[in-house]
Write a protein that binds this ligand. Structure first.
Ligand code: ZN
Length: 90
């Protein structure tokens, strides 16, 4: 009679956890210039009361838009009001 062995998930060994430690930085597109870059290189904006607000801690809920850190891109994102509806799903 065969013995049915039930495997319970075990804590990963040190070796396994190291092997799985691959850093993948998500890529985001700037809403102003369309440049694709690492998320950490961009500012995140969320919808405030009636204008986009910079999400400094990056934890605000809701749909966010990403924009380069340079003033030119931030400015053009802020003036493109027609885009906001789509960007923030207003
Ligand atoms: Zn940009």
């Amino acid at each position: 009679m065969a013995t049915l062995r039930i495997m319970f998930p075990q804590k990963m060994s040190k070796e396994t956890s190291e092997a799985q430690e691959i850093t993948i930085v998500p890529q985001r597109t700037c809403v102003s210039c369309g440049r694709k870059t690492e998320k950490t290189e961009l500012k995140r904006f969320v919808w405030g009361e009636n204008s986009p607000l910079e999400d400094i801690p990056g934890t605000a809920s809701g749909r966010g838009a990403y924009c380069c850190r340079n003033e030119k891109c931030v400015h053009s994102m802020k003036v493109q009001q027609k885009k906001w509806k789509r960007l923030f799903r207003l």
